[in-house]
Design a protein. Sequence first.
Length: 125
Amino acid sequence: MIEPIHTELFNCYGGSPELQRVWWTGRGRTLGGIDYDGGGEMHVDFTGVQVVMITPDEVVGENQFANVEGRFPGAAMFNCGKSDWLQSFDGQHLARCSHFRLVFQDEVVDVICESVQCGHGSPPR
């Protein structure tokens, strides 16, 4: 089941958030965070990242968002739970993970991880 999250800091009221920078940790192998412009300098941090997919909006396709915009107007970040995509991987390391989807102005970022947090400004990295 899909549910909107962090709508107070990550939303598309007045336009979708614009991805500014992707931060990698672990010698560039693990997603650490994303900086974005959401009407000011903002950031998203991830915990326990296992899988990342960044897709340009031109290739996402309408079926990826079927019925989401009408059900959750203004939402741009979603917890997709134990989605079919998450379940397509070996579940041994994914028991505490969920599939999160972040809809930016020009990209869609799908992440399988334990948690997602949003904040103001850009944290020290």
